[in-house]
Write a protein that binds this ligand. Structure first.
Ligand code: ADP
Ligand code: MG
Length: 262
């Protein structure tokens, strides 16, 4: 998705993500930990996929590979048709900085910066003029319904608001893929639904989303559920009727002041 929130991502390749026999082994002294043992997975532009599976099954390792934060031991990964495994470190950084946004369970905001400054951070090394960076940060905060909290620091915000700031920070570069690793893991159930409402809205605007969760309720908001076990995909099923988070919120009014996406 570009910054103007037009629907539809680039359709240059049939799949945004295509991995084949992706493997990752961690070597700890003389011990080998097979974190991923041959993953085959294709994700179309605009999909919303929930990745599930027990702790230690390789979900975070997989997200890190998809996000170009780490390299696989073997196997291939095409991102929008481009062979990531053959890219240089600079090309990887370029994809990471322009095409992919990350959201983690711990919000990872800098405590001494305001919400607006945190959101603007990924643009610090871009060659955009300061005014444009500022505008983009406001746009991203607007997308998560938090304009009114722009000047607050993280400790003056609730957990859900902090996660929304983190989502805005992931969005500010206009990524086509959002990787969210247990983004609701530290949130209560109502706040989790608010976060899911934002993710569903972003997905409706064309951003492809991969979400790790071990909560079945949360996975219900996706179009497709993929299950990992022992570093392999053991199940991959469409969800023909995803729950609608915005509808859920309207059924439980009054718990929060903020309308999601103003
Ligand atoms: N940096 C690392 N060094 C060594 N082993 C790791 C590292 N990261 C993960 N692992 C191991 O790889 C396996 C998969 O971990 P992870 O991808 O974090 O699983 P999940 O996110 O599903 O809980 C686990 O056995 C874990 O202990
Ligand atoms: Mg994990």
């Amino acid at each position: 998705m570009e910054h103007e929130s037009q629907p539809g991502a680039s359709k240059s390749a049939p799949f945004l993500i295509s991995v084949q026999q992706l493997a990752k082994y961690y070597y700890l002294g003389r011990t080998v930990v097979p974190a991923l043992r041959g993953i085959d997975l294709e994700v179309k532009h605009g999909e919303f996929v929930a990745l599930m599976g027990p702790s230690g099954s390789g979900k975070s390792t997989f997200m890190n590979l998809l996000g170009c934060l780490d390299r696989p031991t073997s196997g291939s990964y095409l991102f929008d048709g481009m062979p990531v495994s053959q890219m240089t470190t600079n090309q990887l950084a370029d994809i990471r900085n322009h095409k992919i946004g990350f959201v983690f369970q711990g919000f990872n905001l800098l405590p001494w910066m305001t919400a607006l400054e945190n959101v603007q951070l990924p643009l610090a090394y871009s060659d955009l003029p300061a005014e444009e960076r500022h505008q983009l940060a406001w746009w991203a905060l607007t997308m998560v319904g938090l304009r009114s909290r722009a000047q607050h620091r993280p400790m003056e915000l609730s957990g859900g608001q902090q996660q929304r700031v983190a989502i805005a920070r992931a969005l500010v570069t206009g990524p086509s893929l959002l990787l969210a690793d247990e983004p609701t893991g530290n949130l209560d159930s109502h706040t989790s639904i608010q976060v899911m409402a934002i993710l569903q809205e972003l997905n409706a605007r064309g951003i492809t989303i991969l979400l790790v969760t071990h909560e079945a309720d949360i996975a219900q908001y996706s179009h497709r559920q993929v299950k990992f076990r022992d570093g392999k995909v053991v199940d991959d099923a469409p969800n023909p009727a995803p729950s609608q988070a915005q509808e859920r919120l309207q059924q439980q009014p009054g718990l929060d002041e903020t309308k999601v996406i103003s």
